[in-house]
Design a protein around this ligand. Structure first.
Ligand code: GLV
Length: 327
């Protein structure tokens, strides 16, 4: 008998077909978001879970799923998974690293440019029929070329963002848990490692690219925003919760920083409605990795991990290498 798996959200039909060669698949092509209780109910008899960041894989899920062997997340971030509980229960957990680095870095730049040069704000104004003359001071923004880019979180995505700055002749400052090797710094447009306060004070543009964990909750709050330049832009392509959204809203409203470009939010998709009242913020619905090839690669990667976990192999993107997998 094939092992039973749940694919928790809608996904490319060919990926379901491939998984169906190996598993008895319960899918969710109507794309309902399961409540915690529904997920628990569905997981009782499952041996595998193809999850996304919208499923909270908690100790409660683990406790009701005695047969569960593998949770394969279609995301690089995995803060939706209680990794400790999963590991304790002998369940393998995987994510989808690398395949989305370049696409996500592209999008960080799209948001940065749209934010600094007021692309969406001016477009909304044009669409509202307000464009009746040119003005010398219409929608003045900030330059990217020749400016200082600060990056917090210099993993593979942060480095891909930094590499793109060479064409803009930018200075790159970064802050990270640990300093990169000289070789990696030099490949990342000669990025300079600085403490967080120096970075906040010196950056003209700040991009957040760090993974979420409780330790980095509200890495950017009122105190940090107060250190930033008044003309600075802030871009978050990382995770909701890294920025204190209420503090950011206050800073944008009072023009303590110029603008923000946000792809992720606290409590998404129910973002703080006050964002919608501000013109100096560009808002996108968590789509940084959403190019067709990359979303396909992520889905394939999660499926590869799931198939490997049941073929007696070590899944390529195992997050808990110390796990003692269930027989
Ligand atoms: C998207 O946010 C991801 O973690 O892949």
């Amino acid at each position: 008998m094939k092992p039973k798996i749940l694919i928790a959200r809608a996904i490319f039909p060919d990926v379901i077909a491939r998984l169906a060669n190996h598993f008895e698949v319960e899918s969710n092509q109507e794309d309902r978001i399961f409540s915690g209780a529904e997920l628990i109910e569905k997981m009782r008899d499952k041996e595998g879970l193809f999850s996304t960041m919208s499923e909270r894989v908690s100790a409660d899920v683990v406790n009701v799923s005695p047969k569960l062997k593998a949770v394969c997340n279609m995301a690089v971030g995995y803060n939706n998974i209680d990794l400790e509980a999963v590991t304790r229960a002998g369940i393998m957990a995987t994510n989808t690293p690398d395949v989305l680095n370049e696409t996500t870095a592209d999008f960080a730049w799209a948001l940065l440019m749209a934010t600094a040069r007021r692309v969406t704000e001016s477009e909304h104004w044009l669409r509202a029929g307000k464009w009746n003359k040119w003005r010398y001071d219409g929608f003045l923004g900030a330059d990217l070329h020749g400016s200082t880019l600060g990056i917090i979180g210099m993993g593979r995505i942060g480095q891909a963002i930094a590499r793109r700055s060479t064409g803009f002749d930018m200075r790159v400052l970064y802050h990270n848990r640990s300093r990169l090797s000289e070789q990696l710094e030099s490949a990342a447009n000669h990025a300079e490692y600085v403490d967080k306060e120096t970075l906040l004070r010196m950056a003209d543009h700040l991009i957040l690219a760090l993974p979420y964990s409780p330790q980095v909750h509200h890495t950017i709050g009122a105190a940090e925003l107060a250190l930033m330049k008044p003309g600075a832009t802030l871009v978050n392509i990382a995770r909701g919760g890294i920025v204190d959204d209420a503090a950011l809203i206050a800073a944008l409203r009072d023009h303590r920083i110029a603008s923000a470009g946000l792809d992720v939010f606290e409590n998404e998709p129910a973002l703080n409605p006050d964002f919608l009242t501000l013109s100096n913020v560009v808002l996108t619905p968590h789509i940084a990795s959403a190019s067709e090839p990359t979303r396909r690669a992520m889905a394939d990667c999660a499926a590869d991990n799931l198939i490997a976990a049941f073929s007696g192999q070590r899944p390529p993107d195992l997050l808990n290498p110390d796990v003692k997998p269930k027989a």
